[in-house]
Design a protein around this ligand. Structure first.
Ligand code: F6P
Length: 529
């Protein structure tokens, strides 16, 4: 616990200090900004100083981040509760060496699947398909859905839709207006057992049959379970398989990215993979103090575990990254929302933060009030492109940039009581009323934020950003000593839902349920009657 204790003492000793005073040091930007080929990460607007950073880097070393990283990339079975390797990095290892799992090189199959995906995507893009529906949930939905939205300017294929929720409203609203004869349905499910996905897939198949489509040619599947896709009736040549060493929330780089590949084309998809690969190279090669995923992780550890700021706001000033917070919620909270360490003992620290956020500037007009003047400190992570894709609307982008930079400035500098008094006086208030009005206009300031800049949201950049966050989650997990690659916490709810289904349907009595649940079911039944 020594380093954790040292960090705690460091926090107590420095918590009242003003970040603006740190920024006044002309050398600060040298140590608290990092640039890779084209990403620029600024964590100077935090209360992390050189001593703190030194302690955090020591913590990363002591917890074996470098060794664990090398084990992951080499195919070691670091997902110990499921006895699996963690090799989503192999899916973007376009030029890399062989990687062995259980004595066999996984790369030939990765390349073969990628070739098959490209051929299929080309066929779909050049044929009569007008619309593609990706049916999946969690990692089989959020990654491609987010990436498809992010890369809208690169779409030159059929329209792509996503259905995830078992709520019949989702598939119903999506199918309305589509032509069953020109729609391709992709069923994305790593396990091919997920009840929401299978229910939606069956509904889509019935719709296709009823409306003159042909599921034998218009259905494809993305899964690790070919016997189950066979049983569902999906033609084997339209099944794109992957291995259990790809976690669902890390799977957009392989077959689960097929809808993205169809939308933007195999060439742009390759650029996306190359972006991920570039971040892998950086993560493996850069010294820890210049290593982007490591620095993002250490900033996270400082704010969440040391300063006890329980949530983290992700604020992309990029409309097309509006789904990034949702995507990161699964990536970070399913990966690091754990209560026990690898050896089964209780976690020593609070684990993953609550991640939330929305695209700027919209969020400014919704929840930023709380971020600026609420009683909780919420570390903010801004993301921003130097340029947009709308050259005719450059003035919009300038305004977007100004707003983003202004927010991180405002969080840091705040507004003093004297400044607030001057504003209230100017507005005509005097005496006690001036004091009262001024109090409402004070901004405490000293609220930490980081900013990630990138040239433009293109496929290569998006690949870098996603891989950056993946590795950040990994580093945080290693430091916390937890397994970031299982998700036992979602199982209980699934089991209970299965058990409750006959009770809801009315074929089984609710008497063995708890009183609250029984009364809820009873109310629903009465409403239906
Ligand atoms: O919600 C739990 C989970 O297992 C996620 O980890 C996963 O991404 C999602 O369900 C979907 O699983 P599958 O791809 O197997 O349908």
């Amino acid at each position: 616990m020594t380093l954790w204790n040292d960090l705690g003492r460091q926090y107590e000793a420095t918590r009242a200090r003003a970040i603006v005073d740190l920024i006044a040091d002309p050398a600060r930007l040298d140590d608290f900004t990092v640039q890779t080929s084209d990403l620029y990460f600024d964590f100077s607007k935090t209360n992390i100083d050189r001593d703190t950073l030194g302690l955090l880097l020591s913590l990363a070393r002591e917890k074996g981040v470098e060794t664990r990283r090398d084990e992951m990339f080499a195919g070691a079975k670091i997902n110990t509760t499921e006895d699996r390797a963690v090799l989503h990095t192999a899916l973007r290892n376009l030029d890399g060496a062989s990687i062995e799992v259980d004595g066999a090189d996984v790369m030939p199959a990765v390349h073969e699947t990628l070739r098959a995906m490209r051929a299929f995507a080309d066929k779909v893009r050049s044929g009569s398909i007008t619309d593609v529906i990706n049916i999946g949930i969690g990692g089989s939905d959020l990654g491609p859905r987010m990436a498809v939205a992010a890369l809208a300017p690169y779409h030159d294929g059929p329209r792509v839709h996503f259905v995830s929720n078992v709520d019949g409203a989702h598939i119903s609203d999506t199918l309305r207006g589509l032509d069953a004869k020109t729609t391709l349905v992709i069923v994305a499910s790593k396990t091919f057992t997920t009840i929401e996905t299978l229910t939606n897939a069956r509904t889509a198949r019935a719709w296709m049959v009823d409306h003159g489509g042909d599921p034998s040619t218009q259905f494809a599947a993305l899964s690790t379970a070919q016997e189950k896709t066979d049983a569902f009736g999906i033609a084997p040549e339209q099944v794109f398989g992957f291995e259990d060493w790809v976690g669902g929330r890390y799977s957009v780089w392989g077959p689960v990215g097929l809808s993205l590949m169809i939308a933007i084309g195999p060439k742009a998809f390759d650029a996306f993979l190359r972006g991920g690969q570039a971040m892998d190279t950086h993560f493996c090669a850069a010294e820890l103090h210049e290593n982007l995923p490591v620095l993002l992780a250490l900033t996270g550890i400082w704010h969440n575990q040391v300063c006890a700021h329980a949530t983290r706001a992700v604020l992309p000033y990029d409309e097309r990254l509006g789904l990034l917070p949702s995507y990161l919620q699964q990536l970070e909270m399913e990966s690091n929302g754990k209560g026990v360490r690898l050896d089964g003992s209780a976690a020593e620290q609070p684990t993953g933060p609550v991640v939330w956020g929305a695209a700027g500037t919209n969020g400014q007009h919704a929840f930023y009030q709380l971020i600026h003047q609420g009683t909780r400190v919420i570390p903010c992570e801004f993301l921003l492109a130097a340029q947009g894709h709308e050259p005719d609307l450059a003035h919009h982008h300038d305004l977007l940039i100004a707003n983003c930079l202004a927010q991180s400035q405002a969080l840091m500098t705040g507004r003093t009581l004297d400044e607030a008094r001057a504003i209230a006086a100017k507005a005509g208030f005097t005496g006690d009323e001036l004091e009262r009005q001024a109090a409402h206009r004070v901004f405490e300031g000293n609220r930490p934020s980081t900013t990630l800049l990138y040239p433009q949201l293109d496929p290569f950049t998006l690949g870098q950003i996603i891989a950056l966050y993946e590795h950040r989650v990994f580093v945080e997990g290693v430091i916390l000593g937890i397994n970031s690659f299982d998700q036992w916490g979602v199982e209980l709810g699934k089991e209970l839902a299965t058990a409750l289904q006959p009770v809801v349907e009315g074929t089984q009595s609710s008497e063995s349920e708890d009183a609250s649940t029984a009364a809820l079911v009873d109310f629903i039944h009465r409403q239906r009657d």
